[in-house]
Design a protein around this ligand. Structure first.
Ligand SMILES: [Zn+2]
Length: 519
């Protein structure tokens, strides 16, 4: 049976080529997505990204040692090529020492998926990776980072590229659309323009603008349709999809799409009793951790600490109910330095008396202690933060969003994540008003990238922050290498955070026992 070890070329600190694309970032995306497709197709895959090495030698050895330490039948290294800055299409190639037939299949597949030139299989007897890995191996050069055409084609065809690579490696056809997309109700016949619902866009003013701003969470809702409102409307339009164009203009179709949001919101709730959520926020706002000055970040918005406290209250409640997202997050230390943040941070937790060796509420609370610290690093506690504009992650799957700058390609790591997108799209309430406290929106904050489920993910991450917190909490247990501040151990673990979350726990158990008494 095929069992594949895949690694991305170069590393966090030993950067590869860069141009219109960044080789290291893109190679990681391709490895993660291809692995996800392969796993969905029943193929065993292990992945590796080097986040430690500081020299090229160390990096090459670490990658090869990782491959050779695993049991597998095939070794794959993913790189991107570079030559000179050009707008010309350059194309794809696959390097081999012994695996000419496989290398040809890989290059043929990617060339077909992209329409870019097929540079074919290339024999190389001087590459450390091909020479030193003990199993049959290939090294893919996906496209050229310094060709603007290659870069555009790569961004547009990311899913198809990964599917073709997965198919070539597995020796069977693997399709690009494995997720069950969120099913949208079709927009019914819409009149050209309804009286009372004028078409509005940038520069317009008035009550209709206030309504749109309020619904989309634009603060302040001042009735001026400016750049923030424009980004919010476009962001929602791309998330909604279903024939609605992301143009920032609220016409009949977008009004209908906004109706969907208003109805979904009104029909649902935050999933905690309102009064209980308010008391949790109040105790969090008074806590020592709310006043703490985080390293390099200072004091965070009050709404951040309060919002995370509410999310923990909800996670604890869901753990009691046996919800998969909570039971997955609350598992004992999985004993995997590569995957699980609790293993990676084991000594740091132990030094503060936080033990994660048992499934349950204590482990879940400690994970939230770390979540508080990670949000400080990734977004300074700003739920509305858009993608990292200094990185090239512009596809729906790779664009980062919100508190943890998590992207939708995280979903592959746990089967508990994809259903959460459906759940929150149907009921998009996730403590937004709490997280808004103390945060001022910037122009590009609410913009989203791409379309489909990845755009929905970005939208919900900022519209229902609890959704984003839960996805990230589970992601940290399976794919902790997704977050730079985790890999560098910059996310702080504070005892004050643990104390505050313990108070949340006590509040929940007091509420539970008093309702038992009156029942
Ligand atoms: Zn390279």
């Amino acid at each position: 049976m095929t069992s594949i070890c895949m690694s991305s070329g170069h590393g966090q600190y030993v950067r590869g080529a860069s141009g219109y694309l960044d080789e290291v970032n893109c190679a990681r995306d391709v490895v993660d997505e291809t692995a996800r497709l392969l796993r969905d197709a029943g193929v065993e895959v292990q992945t590796f990204h080097d986040n430690q090495s500081h020299s090229q030698n160390e990096n090459l050895n670490r990658i090869v040692n990782w491959h050779n330490s695993k049991s597998r039948t095939l070794d794959v290294s993913v790189h991107f090529n570079a030559y000179q800055t050009t707008s010309k299409a350059m194309g794809t190639e696959c390097l081999y020492l012994t695996q000419e037939a496989l290398a040809k299949k890989v290059a043929d597949g990617i060339a077909k998926a992209t329409g870019l030139p097929n540079r074919g299989p290339k024999y190389r007897d001087n590459l450390f990776f091909l020479n030193s890995t003990a199993k049959p191996s290939v090294l893919v050069e996906v496209v050229f980072v310094d060709s603007s055409t290659d870069a555009d084609v790569y961004e547009e065809n990311f899913d198809a590229i990964c599917a073709s690579l997965a198919s070539a490696l597995a020796g069977k056809s693997i399709e690009a659309e494995p997720d069950e997309p969120v099913v949208m109700p079709p927009i019914a016949e819409i009149p050209e323009e309804e009286p009372g619902r004028p078409t509005i866009g940038k520069g317009d003013e008035g009550d209709h603008v206030v309504y749109v701003q309020t619904l989309l969470g634009v603060l302040p809702a001042d009735g001026d349709f400016g750049p923030i409102t424009d980004a919010a409307v476009r962001g929602y339009q791309s998330a909604y999809g279903n024939g609605v164009t992301s143009d920032g203009i609220v016409g009949p179709k977008t009004w209908a799409a906004l109706d969907y949001l208003e109805n979904a919101k009104a029909a649902g709730n935050d999933r905690l009793p309102h009064d209980q959520a308010q008391r949790i926020a109040a105790l969090a706002e008074k806590s020592a951790i709310a006043k703490y000055s985080w390293k390099d970040r200072g004091k965070l918005p009050l709404g951040y600490t309060a919002g995370i406290a509410q999310c923990f209250g909800l996670a604890a409640t869901r753990l009691m109910e046996g919800h998969p997202i909570a039971t997955t997050a609350a598992q004992a230390d999985r004993n995997s330095t590569d995957q699980d943040v609790l293993t990676w941070y084991r000594n740091e937790f132990a030094a503060r008396g936080m033990d994660n060796s048992v499934d349950g509420i204590d482990t879940l609370r400690h994970l939230f202690v770390l979540l508080l610290g990670l949000g400080a690093r990734e977004s300074s506690g700003r739920y509305c933060e858009g993608r990292d504009m200094s990185a090239s992650n512009t596809t729906a799957d790779t664009a980062e969003a919100s508190l943890y700058q998590t992207s939708w390609n995280i979903r592959s790591c746990s089967s508990s994540i994809p259903p959460l997108l459906q759940e929150y799209w149907a009921n998009p309430n996730g403590f937004l008003p709490t997280f808004q406290n103390g945060v001022k929106l910037d122009k590009d904050d609410l913009a989203n990238f791409g379309s489909g489920d990845g755009a929905k993910f970005q939208f919900l991450s900022k519209y229902s922050p609890a959704f984003h917190v839960f996805v990230t909490g589970v992601g940290l247990r399976y794919l902790r290498q997704h977050w730079g501040p985790i890999n560098r151990k910059e996310a702080e673990i504070r005892e004050e955070a643990n104390d505050m979350l313990l108070q949340v726990q006590h509040l929940l158990s007091e509420d539970a026992s008093s309702s038992d008494a009156t029942a």
